[in-house]
Design a protein around this ligand. Structure first.
Ligand SMILES: [Zn+2]
Length: 97
């Protein structure tokens, strides 16, 4: 997952075409449904995290880059208080106590 896969979620300029041509409306709680075709294509499942960022006038949704906060490793990750830590670093931390 080296390259950031971004979905152009909402282009607010009416004349500009969206990348999918699919228009969804924001509900009363500020939510939108990502079309199933896009979720399948990007391997997005229920409860998966999505990073929301803004570039110029475009809102971007992307898969967060998951890596250990200590060593940057991308495998064998566990989540602790909202941060990713690899099992190797967990082992090192546990050994220090
Ligand atoms: Zn680590």
């Amino acid at each position: 997952m080296g390259t950031r896969q971004a979905i152009r979620a909402a282009a607010r300029t009416p004349r500009r075409a969206t990348s999918t041509g699919i228009i969804r409306h924001i509900d009363e709680l500020g939510r939108i449904v990502i079309p199933i075709e896009i979720r399948k294509r990007f391997g997005l499942g229920e409860k998966d995290p999505l990073e929301i960022s803004v570039k110029d006038e475009t809102i971007l949704l992307s898969k967060p880059q998951m890596a250990c906060v200590f060593c940057g490793q991308k495998n064998a990750l566990e989540e602790y208080r909202g941060r990713c830590v690899c099992r190797s670093c967990i082992g090192e931390l546990a050994a220090q106590t």
